[in-house]
Design a protein. Structure first.
Lengths: 146, 146
DNA sequence: CCTAAACAAGATGTCAATATCCACTTTAAT
DNA sequence: ATTAAAGTGGATATTGACATCTTGTTTAGG
């Protein structure tokens, strides 16, 4: 349902949010998130182009969030790497049929809308602040759950 | 978000539900749903294996629903061709971390759960019965909306 | 200036989803 | 029996997501 790339982007952003406003190197992020580093680099470049993260080259450089975790929503991250595609016109694409969705596609789009809403109303800070009773599940060295 | 195959399967099933319990040939279905026929055939074979549709070979044969539209849910169709994959363990896959999800993946899974619930609680009959004020958007010749 | 750390970017490889093609089997009707 | 409609199943493109490789650019610090 959610692509690998979205999953990877979210992991990276959660990691960065956890140590915000400090920067992390791509090596740090790859190690913590278990994302293949060469691919992680591409994902991070996409996040940088979208203005989600900023990068600093050279010795002591790294990647950091542009916004604070409290200002950044899951939806922004998802849309940065792979825009959540709502159904806006009937996929059958019959021009004569106008823009209103048939009942089937209206239902499917409603499901998408729910996901979109849930993601829009959740900030990274909320994700990090959530009380967790279980053992750590995100591999953040030294993090609250790691 | 939803694959092409799921979209195609749903179109085909909606078409069949609209003319249930009459059968339709793959040519009929392909023409109405605008699904490439050779691929539609594969999708229908999957639906047949999953027990969603039944097929009849030979002259006068075709495809029809096994259940009535009132008994068949969108979720059954979706799961038949591409099971909706809930997140059951943290994708980081760290064995030592048990089975409870971290806050990030719990949120993602909640979104999936909402989609699953919406699909489970919607029958094909409900989709077809829905009042529609717009021009027809599913290309069902002679159908209520076509 | 020189070096090593660290990100950038384009080229390439891999694989599964999507889509098509073709030879075969089943079946109703004549 | 013969024929033509109609589904079956395996082999074969095609495409884009996922992943990797290699070379280049930026930058802090000595």
């Amino acid at each position: 349902m959610f692509s690998q790339t979205v999953e990877y982007a979210l992991r990276a952003v959660v990691f960065l949010a956890d140590r915000a406003p400090t920067t992390g190197t791509t090596d740090d992020i790859a190690a913590a998130t278990l994302v293949p580093k060469p691919y992680l680099v591409k994902v991070l470049q996409g996040l940088a182009r979208a203005g989600i993260v900023q990068t600093q080259r050279g010795v002591g450089g790294g990647v950091s969030l542009v916004k604070t975790p409290a200002e950044l929503t899951i939806l922004e991250v998802v849309n940065a790497v792979e825009p959540l595609q709502r159904i806006r016109t009937c996929p059958l694409g019959l021009a004569a049929h106008g823009v209103k969705l048939c009942p089937l596609h209206r239902r499917m789009d409603e499901a998408l809308a729910h996901v979109e809403d849930a993601f829009r109303s959740t900030t990274l800070a909320e994700v990090l602040a959530e009380p967790t009773t279980s053992t750590p599940l995100c591999n953040i060295p030294g993090g609250r759950r790691g």
